[in-house]
Design a protein around this ligand. Structure first.
Ligand code: ADP
Ligand code: ZN
Length: 643
């Protein structure tokens, strides 16, 4: 394709075309005192449009590479700053940046956030009517857009491809690129077709981005997207501001409300549950406890789902109780905690879900409650899952890695990074670092459990769960023990040295290590191949000693620490928050689209008195300064709340 002569990037805008209703908004030009209006370099755009001083990590190199027309595969954790990696090249290069994203429900918010920055963005997806679509198409063809968001399925239809050929494309950004990986739970067949972009537009650079990538997924993305010559940028996956904690599950809902009350009162967060019914029950429970909680799962009406999602994004302190159907692409920066009430199926899933906490870099909590029933349930689900043996084996490997993370006595972060092929040091900000659990030689205990299971197994047709095993070991003559004459077994009472809770922990860890399995529809334990050497005393088994009670890493009443702010700045921050809430409501955008908390904290500390001074704050670019600057200054000087 031939290129037309390059326009000056981030073209000066003439007049203000307010909006084409839905799908595209052309912002007004801003005149910021500090701006260097024609600095079209990547750094110039970063400072002027986004209001940030410098690039982070690999951003500068990635931006440079893509601006120069190179393909890139970018692996960066959530909150790492992936968006700028394609948004800035799209502004610097000639033409429109086409962003392929599966997140239709979030496109409007993404476009709103760009519009607030003065970037001309639009989207095309199934939520629009013909008129709206036509308007966006016209804007695209005439080069009046900087960025165009498309759902991947659009690219499979010929009219879209023909439309794209009529405009000038600066780059293709393939967001959530792990969706091309066959084994991920986010797999979308539409993504496979994206490998053809290169054939049709050989000169247009492609940048694929994801926050999920074990080395295997990483390779799969590169292969399936045909990114043979792409440069790979792999950032550290560490999220130092997230405190990882995995607690023994006793009474999960009570544990959860305790976490919310003691450490996260009034904070936004996400609570993940495995099933739709537990989502609903947990949300009801939280509401009854006075928490502003909302449910989200695939079984809810689409309108309810989108209302709940938008409330979560727009209001300050909503707790979303959800299945994993919720969350991909949610870029709310101030999610302060992610709690799992059920065990995730893989470390990748866990990391992606917990990664939604603390995108703004402020301290956040990832908390998971985990117990024996989780292991039993997940193993059972794998046994019953459809798909061939290889598929089930893969699921089992994913689960095993997750279980190893739960049962480790080492730093959680070191284990997590290791899973992604990266090295780390004990972090001092996870539960095992903060209160190190002991490990103990459980070889004999393991043998006691295994021989009990062996004896039970002989009684055909009976179903005995962990409770029966523990009762036998501690020597408890319950009705069920007597009914089956289990008090006459040689193992009856041989485990009086440990408590019932400890025995349950042993059974759980044997399950986690694959030394016990469940069979049939009920929780009937059976031995595995790996159990034999243990019974024969050939293997030493180490167990983790569960803390007596949930390790609390922050003392009672102590909230997750926030960014340094002088005490006198706190009321100012609250005033700014009120101003921001009112402005967001009036404009129908999420509060963070106006300013992030971190930006407002800096403003509250600096107390600028002029627009020029306000413009130096990180996150205040030329457009936001023009649009909100006066409102902020008025709020600071105690004047009326105004937009
Ligand atoms: P990701 O898509 O990788 O999850 P985002 O692109 O949403 O991350 O960026 C995370 C946060 O970091 C956003 O609030 C973004 O504005 C901010 N950010 C990104 N790059 C920079 C930078 N160079 N300087 C300051 N803040 C940045
Ligand atoms: Zn640690």
């Amino acid at each position: 394709m031939t290129r037309v002569a390059p326009d000056p990037p981030v073209r000066p805008r003439r007049g203000g075309r307010a909006s084409y209703d839905r799908g595209v908004t052309l912002p007004q030009t801003a005149q910021a005192p500090e701006a260097t209006p024609h600095d079209a370099t990547a750094l110039g755009v970063l400072r002027r449009v986004f209001g940030y001083d410098s690039f982070r990590g690999d951003q500068a190199e990635i931006v440079d590479h893509v601006c120069g027309g190179g393909d890139a595969l970018v692996l960066m954790p959530t909150g790492g700053g992936k968006s700028l990696c394609y948004q800035i090249p799209a502004l610097v290069r000639d033409g429109v940046g086409v962003v392929i994203s599966p997140l239709i429900a979030l496109m409007q918010d993404q476009v709103d956030a760009l519009t607030a920055l003065g970037v001309r963005a639009g989207f095309l997806n199934s939520t629009q009517d013909m008129t709206q679509r036509r308007a966006v198409e016209a804007a695209f063809v005439s080069g009046e857009l900087d960025l165009l968001y498309l759902a991947p399925e659009r690219l499979r239809v010929e009219p879209t491809l023909r439309l794209l050929e009529r405009g000038t494309i600066s780059l293709f950004a393939i967001d959530e690129a792990h969706c091309v990986a066959q084994w991920g739970h986010d797999f979308r067949p539409d993504y496979l077709a994206l490998s053809q972009l290169h054939e049709r537009w050989p000169d247009v650079p492609r940048i694929a981005l994801t926050a999920t990538a074990t080395p295997a997924t990483h390779t799969e993305i590169a292969t399936r997207l045909n990114l043979t010559d792409a440069r790979h940028f792999v950032a550290s996956f560490d999220r130092p501001n997230i405190q990882y904690r995995i607690a023994p599950k006793n009474e999960p809902r009570r544990q959860l409300i305790e976490l919310l009350r003691t450490e996260h009162p009034g904070d936004a967060g996400i609570v993940y549950c495995l099933s739709r019914s537990s989502v609903e029950k947990t949300a009801e429970f939280l509401v009854a406890q006075g928490v502003a909680a909302l449910p989200y799962h695939a079984g809810l009406d689409a309108a309810v789902r989108s209302r709940n999602q938008s409330q979560f994004l727009r209001e300050d302190a909503v707790v979303m109780v959800a299945t994993i159907a919720f969350g991909m692409g949610i870029d709310k920066p101030d999610v302060r905690f992610v709690a799992h009430l059920d065990l995730p199926k893989s470390v990748e899933g866990y990391y992606q879900e917990t990664g939604r906490a603390g995108r703004d870099g402020l301290p956040s909590t990832a908390w998971l409650a985990y117990g024996l029933a989780d292991v039993v349930q997940q193993r059972k689900m794998i046994n019953e899952s459809e798909g061939d043996l290889a598929h089930r084996r893969r699921l089992a490997q994913h689960l095993d890695a997750m279980l190893a993370l739960c049962e480790t006595v080492e730093c959680r972060r070191v284990r997590l990074l290791d899973y992604f092929g990266q090295q780390g040091e004990p972090c001092g900000n996870c539960d095992t670092c903060l209160s190190p659990p002991a490990s103990w030689d459980g070889t004999v205990a393991a043998q006691k459990v295994l021989s009990t299971v062996l004896r039970l197994d002989r009684e055909r047709g009976q179903k005995f769960g962990a409770g029966q095993i523990v009762d036998i070991l501690v020597g408890k003559r319950t009705a069920k023990v007597e009914q089956f004459d289990h008090h006459t077994l040689s193992v009856f009472g041989v485990g009086a040295d440990l408590g019932e809770g400890e025995w349950r922990g042993v059974v759980r860890q044997l399950m986690a290590k694959g030394l016990l399995a469940v069979e049939g529809n009920y929780q009937t334990f059976v031995l595995t191949e790996a159990s034999r050497p243990v019974l024969r005393g050939e293997n030493q088994i180490m167990f983790r000693r569960d803390p007596e009670r949930q390790a609390r890493t922050r003392s009672r009443g102590e909230r997750a620490p926030q960014v340094e702010m002088a005490p006198e700045a706190a009321p100012v921050f609250e005033r700014l928050r009120a101003w921001r809430g009112a402005a967001a409501k009036e404009q129908g955008v999420p509060a963070y689209v106006i300013f992030h908390d971190a930006t407002m904290r800096e403003i509250a500390t600096l107390m600028p008195t002029t627009l020029a001074e306000l413009g130096t704050v990180s996150g205040v670019g030329e457009n936001k300064l023009a649009k909100y600057g006066q409102g902020v200054l008025d709020t600071l000087s105690g004047g009326d709340v105004a937009d």
